[in-house]
Each structure stands twice: as C-alpha cells, then as structure tokens.
Design a protein around this ligand. Structure first.
Ligand code: NDP
Length: 304
C-alpha cells in the first residue's frame, strides 16, 4: 500500500511558517504583506478559489484586498486596475484570477503585472528567471509541490521524472524545477506516443492534465512517487464506474451527490502500485494556496 502524501498537512506547515514570518515583521514595526486579488465576472469556481485565497491570507496575517470588476469590463478597464495596483506602494502581490470572461486577453493582463508583484509567477520575466535557475517569483503549484517533496525527503537527483502536461502554469515550470534538482525529465502531452510506457519509466510521475482518472494503475512503475495535480469533477456514472473501481467511497458519493472531485490519477489503483501518492482533494490544491502565501511574503520582503 502506497504512502499518502498529505498535501493539506504540509500546506498547513507552510502557512504556519508564513504566519511566523509575518508576525515577526509586524513585531519589528514593519507592515504586513498585502495581496490584491482581481476578480472579473461571476465564474462560480473562481469565487470559490478567491475565497480560499482570502481565507489563507486571514490565517497568515497577510492583508488581502479584493477588486471585483463586472463580466462586461473592457481590457482597458482591467489594464487600468492592474496599473493602479502596480503603482500602489502598499500592495506587494497582484493576482488576476483566471479564467477571465470571454473577450478579455489573459496573457495581456498577466504580462501587465509588475514582475516584482507577480505572485503567481506567470510573467515572462519570472518565467525567464526560472529558466535561468535564478531567484524570482515562481509558479505556486510546482514550487509548493517541490517544497513538499523535499520535506518528505524524496531525492530527485538522478531519478527519472515524467511530467504529464506542458502548460505554462504547471507542466513546464514543474519540469524546470525537477531539472534544477537534477532529475532526468520527460515532458509528455497530448501528442506523446504510447503514454502508458512513458509514464511507466517514471520514478516520479506528475500528472497535470485535467482528464479524470486518465492515469491507470498499470501506467505506474512499482514504488514510484505520484503527484496528482488534476482537479476534475466527475458527474458521469459510466466514467465513474470505470475510474473508481478501486474507490468505492468515491463511487458512492457520485451516486448519492451526483458528482465527485477527483484527480488525473486513479487513486485507488495507484495506491496498490506506487510508493507514495497525493490524494485529490487534500493533495496539491492546498499546497498551491500555501505557495501563493509564500510568494506574497517573498514579494513583500524583497520590496521592504
Ligand atoms: P492545461 O489545460 O493548460 O494543460 C493540460 C495539459 O495536459 C496540456 O499540456 C495538454 O497537452 C495535456 N493533455 C490534455 N489531454 C491529454 C491527453 N489525453 N493525453 C496527454 N496529455 C494531455 O491545464 P493546467 O496545466 O492548467 O491544469 C491541469 C490540471 O491541473 C487541471 O485539472 C487543473 O484544474 C489542475 N490544476 C490544479 C491546481 C491545483 O492547485 N491543484 C493548480 C493548477 C491546475 P497539449 O499541450 O498537447 O494540449
């Protein structure tokens, strides 16, 4: 039976670390870090994510400012708000919650954020620093995953790592961070031939695809460490019956509640083969928010 990597517990430790540093700043007469969150439109999932981020701010003593714009805002209005936050000396971090409503250009908005306040680590300047292996603000999900893997004592040097997914948010930065730790890294994606064989080579498999239960137990090398970044809601009973064959509780929730959250990896199958696995929920999700708090503190300390 694989070890369950408790992302929630590790995230709580990261949040406690941020709180200690924030308290020390305040005790020394400095101001608390401040995160400005920009939420455009009414996407219900975005509201849930923003609530989670604001809650983490409250827990750590980070000040949070919420800026809401209506769904019919123009790009110029979004840009103007970002400019205002860039110039505001009291704001350390700016987060534009994605996705933006149709008609707005996310990349344009993200590139407008001052790199020093880019706590999501999506600005090309910060991505470039990561590519060069230099310090900067790094994307929250992969940096928090690395933080947890190190805390669990997993040696990455010389190991075969496979990252499933090549997004700028997760897959590519994750691969760079693993490379930095001297893993031999393969990035797989939708055009990769024979994904199961590629995955079976991995001592460390990171799945960031957004396809519920895509990674089957037979894709996993015995003893591998499996990090499941995917967050998917399954409502289809036929699909659920297939992917939750080894997770009766999930199948039951799907039947009784009409939907259930799961990752890209078939957790029940992975538990029988892998050495360690992150669950969904309670794995990478809480780590991402903890990574954001770490970045906000880092941005604040770099500025004052
Ligand atoms: P994207 O949609 O941007 O990228 C998905 C990647 O998966 C792409 O590179 C795509 O390949 C690849 N892919 C899609 N389908 C297949 C397939 N059938 N076979 C192989 N590769 C495939 O997603 P993100 O990286 O933003 O997110 C991935 C998942 O992680 C989502 O479920 C998202 O909700 C979740 N997520 C979770 C976070 C957390 O905090 N836990 C944070 C961020 C994301 P190609 O490039 O060829 O199209």
């Amino acid at each position: 039976m694989a070890q369950i990597l408790d992302g929630k517990a590790h995230a709580d430790r990261m949040l406690a670390e941020v709180k200690t540093a924030v308290d020390a700043r305040v005790a020394a007469g400095k101001r608390a870090p401040c995160l400005a969150v920009v939420l455009v439109g009414d996407d219900p999932a975005s509201h849930v994510y923003v609530r989670g981020k604001v809650k983490a701010c409250l827990e750590t003593g980070v000040r949070s400012l919420e800026h809401r714009l209506p769904a019919n805002s123009t790009q110029a209005q979004v840009d103007a708000l970002i400019d205002q936050l860039n110039e505001d000396a009291g704001v350390d971090g700016i987060l534009v919650q994605l996705p933006l409503p149709k008609g707005l250009d996310s990349k344009q908005a993200l590139h407008r954020i001052a790199p020093a306040k880019d706590v999501d680590g999506f600005h090309p300047m910060n991505q470039g620093l990561l590519l060069e292996g230099l310090p900067g603000l790094r994307p929250c999900t992969p940096s928090a995953v690395m933080n947890m893997l190190k805390a669990y004592g997993f040696e990455m040097k010389g190991k075969r790592a496979v990252v499933l997914g090549r997004s700028e948010i997760v897959g590519k930065p994750m691969a760079l961070m693993l490379l930095e730790e001297h893993a031999t890294v393969t990035i797989a994606h939708s055009r990769t031939v024979d994904l199961p064989s590629v995955c079976r080579e991995a001592d460390l498999l990171v799945a960031a695809v957004g396809r519920p239960g895509m990674v089957e137990g037979s894709w996993i090398k015995p003893g591998a460490v499996v990090v499941d970044v995917g967050i998917n809601r399954v409502e289809d009973l036929n699909l659920g019956t297939q992917i939750f064959a080894k997770e009766p509780k999930k199948l039951e929730t799907l039947k009784t509640k009409g939907g259930v959250l799961c990752g890209d990896v078939r957790f029940g199958e992975a538990m029988e083969v892998a050495g360690a696995v992150t669950p969904v929920p309670g794995g990478v999700g809480p780590l991402t928010i903890a990574g954001l708090m770490m970045n906000t503190l880092q941005a604040c300390e770099a500025r004052s």
